[in-house]
Design a protein. Structure first.
Length: 289
């Protein structure tokens, strides 16, 4: 029972982590808390559902089209909304992403309606038995995908020029620009990467819940809390924080009652901020990928 709760929590935390990573990436290079990150995923889930219905159920086609569509959406938001107000105070940037949040909610509701929609199951409902622990195939897949994405991001930031440029901008945007790094292009790339992560998150979550305009609202909040664990700068901190939240939620729901799942993330973040106001990893955030 305990092992099953932990694995389920890791699967849930993996979805939170993908959202948290997107939030941290954009914040590190723009000082903007992107409240639309969850809505990017929501739009992605709707797009994937439509493509599945019109492509004979091809998950590969749906995934590729969704990633492209959400990436383009993120790039459009950066170019048309965020770039004109770059350099503004944090409240202006925050309010702009809040506006995007509501706009995307409204547009999605207008296009697809407010009713919930069922996403086709990607795996059999029969669980796998690993070491005597029953594990949902969907949960195991989510954990593996999140791990692969994390590994790709690590390699990207360590060994590619765009990834190193992103890290340089995080450290010192002015110095990065003086060194010839195209800051605006890298910021645009950052939003694009955030879009890719959002698309993946939306596709992974859609089979587990009903697709609706509100499907990502809770995940956005938990992802933000996970990001705060890392001081909004540390990617490893955001991942660890998200996994902690996922496991804590499932343990609380399993042993204390479902009503405690809603509050456990906020209890954890209050404790973290009370003990370390900059997050568990905030003290060295600018030195990590």
């Amino acid at each position: 029972m305990l092992a099953q709760q932990i694995v389920s929590g890791l699967a849930t935390g993996s979805l939170y982590a993908l959202t948290a990573i997107g939030i941290v990436l954009i914040f590190r290079n723009t000082r903007t808390i992107n409240l639309a990150q969850g809505d990017f995923s929501m739009i992605g889930a709707f797009v994937a559902l439509v493509i599945l219905e019109h492509s004979g159920g091809s998950l590969v086609v749906a995934t590729l089209v969704t990633i492209v569509a959400v990436t383009v959406l993120a790039v459009v938001v950066e170019r048309l909304i965020m770039r004109p107000i770059e350099g503004s105070d944090w409240l202006t940037l925050f309010t702009a992403t809040l506006g995007v949040f509501y706009i995307l909610h409204g547009v999605a509701g207008w296009i697809w309606g407010r009713d919930t929609k069922s996403f086709p199951a990607l795996f059999s409902s029969a669980p796998l038995s690993i070491g005597g622990t029953l594990i949902s195939q969907a949960h195991l897949f989510n954990i593996l995908v999140a791990a692969v994405v994390g590994g790709i991001l690590y390699l990207f930031f360590r060994f590619t020029k765009p990834g190193i440029a992103m890290r340089a901008i995080t450290e010192d945007p002015v110095a990065a620009q003086l060194m010839g790094i195209p800051v605006r292009s890298i910021v645009l790339l950052t939003w694009a990467v955030g879009g890719v992560l959002a698309a993946i998150s939306g596709i992974l979550l859609a089979p587990l819940v009903y697709v609706s305009t509100q499907m990502m609202d809770g995940v956005l909040v938990k992802g933000y809390v996970g990001a705060v664990f890392g001081g909004l700068y540390s990617l490893p901190g955001a991942v660890i924080g998200s996994l902690i939240i996922g496991v804590a939620e499932n343990l609380a729901g399993g042993y204390l009652g479902a009503q405690y799942k809603v509050t456990i993330a906020f209890v954890l973040i209050v404790l973290v901020l009370a003990l370390k106001p900059r997050g568990l990893f905030g003290g060295k955030a600018r030195r990590e990928i």
